[in-house]
Design a protein around this ligand. Structure first.
Ligand code: ADP
Ligand code: MG
Ligand code: ZN
Length: 606
């Protein structure tokens, strides 16, 4: 609970308790209070049946059973008082008079409460404030305590992850199997004098299951799992990062055998001295402390440090030296078989219709990470629920692929008729160029309903997972990327801002062709630029130029040639097939979405 809510909560409880106490003593609806003279009158009229005297309180019961109360003077006896008020003796004799002793606790309560109650309240507030103050000071001392999260092996609330929950990643799992064995039976290894790795680096793109795999190692070995993220170390408390490291390692050592997992190691492990803020910054001290701690492990320490990063290239070399993170486990994006397996894992507990073929979904999702696929299954479930269906079907799964890939559809983003026409020609241009080139994947879908940031989109269907790409493919890809631009130019003799994203991609691709893959005939197999990227500086600025100005202008010329040739090719195709382009665009304006079959029918007819 947040402190504010906690306070409110206490006040509320106190209030309720007080109300309860008071209502205990005043239960029922309170009877009418009458004066003594009225009472005297009532007795004389013969209305009163009974009087109960408790101290100075008179409880009256009338003949018609209504109840009243009155107060008598403190010292004078009641009969005396009533006589003074003119009550005749025989009338009084007709009234049933009863004197009650004040019960002990009630008496004490009544006399003490007025004194004790304020004291209680004051005491409560003092206690309350002391507690607050104490907590404050605890926080002041405790904020260097590590923010480490811990999962104990016998924790029932957190389901234990095992290798079974991780699909694919065969090599990574094999590698980590050793760690599991060591944690289970360290003696076996130590008896042989084997050195067990202290630090293992999990390397892979985001969403490939690094965090998950680390957890599952702990789950398999049945040991405590300490989890802290690199960015949390550096939460800008100067001087605290290092002591957090110390605390975290101390904690892990105390519960050895254990796994200590540092997520996003690159947040602290960047090359020292690479920061904008100069050398001795917070990050550097934190990093040093990690190195110190890891070196301080004696060989028998049964704590294994796992760390995850998607940027091994920027890690400080000191982290990677023997005795530190000297082992790497690579996690790749899943291939088609693994994608199917991941989909299967995340389909558990989700009812699917009989015709669902997860294999087909896997075929359509090259480049998806495990996290993307998990997300896809979830989106499909949400979509199905929205449609009030009870089983997830192929239709929902396919719709979710696009949602995960491109963001949600924005049907409310309305294009004017002119914009719609431009968008239709633009997408038709991409699609037609792609369909006319031999190495391009078939078109799966064309749409001019905007999605995420794109006004329209053309999806190609990769027929296989490719690990290598040829120059020919890249050149054709450049033409396809420029197909939208070329169509706008051909049809309207005008260019809109809609093509800007395509142009960025085109330039990026052409630059890579020349500077990274050695695909330029004139410049040959040379890699230009030292891609020693600094995250926060952005790629462009930090790319070290390790070539001359002269070379730079040659590179630019080569890039230009690639792009210009690709553009000409796209233009040629579109000019030659202008009638077909018109036909596709017209159909698109009408239907807004063209599926693979419809598009292919148009192309075949045209
Ligand atoms: P990373 O740490 O590499 O960014 P995570 O471990 O956080 O990725 O993965 C995010 C989610 O993606 C996981 O919770 C899991 O649901 C899913 N996921 C990723 N890879 C796999 C896999 N190989 N098998 C099953 N689920 C996976
Ligand atoms: Mg992660
Ligand atoms: Zn485009």
């Amino acid at each position: 609970m947040k402190p504010l809510f906690k306070n409110l909560f206490y006040i509320l409880v106190t209030f309720i308790a007080l109300t309860a106490i008071f209502s205990l003593f005043n239960s029922g609806k309170s009877p009418e209070v009458v004066s003594l003279s009225k009472l005297a009158l009532e007795i004389n009229e013969g209305k009163v049946k009974q009087i109960t005297v408790t101290e100075n309180e008179l409880g009256l019961k009338l003949v018609d059973n209504t109840e009243q109360t009155a107060k008598k003077e403190t010292d004078a006896p009641l009969t005396e008082t009533l006589k003074n008020y003119g009550v005749s003796a025989e009338k009084l004799a007709g009234v049933n008079l009863e004197v009650k002793e004040v019960s002990g606790w009630r008496f004490w309560f009544a006399t003490l409460l007025p004194f004790v109650f304020p004291l209680l309240i004051i005491g409560f507030f003092f206690w309350f404030m002391m507690r607050q103050a104490q907590r404050g000071s605890n926080q002041a001392f405790g904020f260097t305590k590590s923010l480490v999260r811990m999962i104990m092996p016998d924790d029932k609330n957190k389901p234990k992850a095992t290798f079974k929950d991780v699909a694919g990643l065969i090599e990574a799992k094999e590698e980590l199997e050793q760690v599991v064995e060591f944690l289970k039976e360290p003696k076996k290894f130590l008896a042989l004098g084997a050195k067990i790795p202290k630090g293992i680096l999990l390397v892979g793109p985001p969403g490939t299951g690094k965090t998950m795999l680390a957890r599952s190692v702990a789950g398999e070995a049945n040991v405590p799992f300490f989890h802290i993220s690199g960015s949390e170390f550096v939460e800008l408390f100067v001087g605290v990062g290092a002591s957090r490291v110390r605390d975290t390692f101390a904690l892990a050592k105390k519960s050895a055998p254990a796994i200590l997992f540092i997520d996003e190691l690159d947040a602290i492990g960047r090359h020292r001295g690479a920061g904008l803020g100069g050398g001795h910054d917070e990050r550097e001290q934190t990093l040093n402390q990690i190195l110190v701690e890891m070196d301080g492990f004696d060989p028998n320490t049964q704590v294994i440090v796992l760390a995850a990063t998607n940027r091994p290239d920027i890690l400080d070399p000191a982290l990677l030296r023997p005795g530190r993170f000297d082992r790497r486990v690579i996690l790749d994006l899943p291939d088609i078989k693994d994608r199917e397996a991941i989909l299967n894992i995340h389909a558990k507990g989700k009812p699917l219709t009989k015709d669902v073929k997860l294999r087909q979904i896997a075929e359509r999702t090259p480049g998806f990470s495990g996290a993307d696929l998990a997300n896809l299954m979830n989106e499909a479930a949400i979509l199905t629920a929205q449609k009030d269906k009870t089983e997830i079907g192929m239709e929902e799964l396919i719709a979710s692929i696009e949602k995960v890939m491109l963001g949600p559809e924005r049907r409310s983003f309305v294009l004017t008729p002119k914009e719609k026409e431009i968008a239709a020609y633009h997408e038709a241009g991409h699609a037609l160029v792609a369909a006319s080139l031999p190495h391009m994947d078939p078109i799966r879908k064309i749409s001019i309903i905007s999605r995420g940031r794109a006004a329209g989109y053309t999806l190609k269907l990769p027929t296989e997972d490719k690990h290598f790409h040829s120059k020919t493919e890249f050149l054709e890809e450049l033409s396809v990327l420029l197909g939208g631009y070329a169509a706008e130019k051909t049809v309207f003799n005008e260019i809109t801002t809609g093509a800007s994203n395509d142009l960025e991609k085109t330039t990026e691709l052409a630059r890579s062709l020349v500077t990274r893959w050695g695909m330029s005939e004139n410049l040959g197999p040379v890699v230009f630029g030292d891609r020693d990227e600094l995250v926060f500086l952005g790629k462009e600025i930090s790319e070290q130029k390790n070539y001359s100005e002269e070379m730079a202008s040659k590179i630019d010329k080569e890039i230009y040639v690639f792009i210009d040739n690709a553009y000409k090719k796209a233009l040629d195709i579109l000019k030659e097939k202008r009638a077909l382009l018109n036909q596709i665009a017209k159909t698109l304006i009408e239907k807004e979405i063209l599926e693979k079959e419809e598009f292919e029918a148009l192309v075949a007819a045209g």
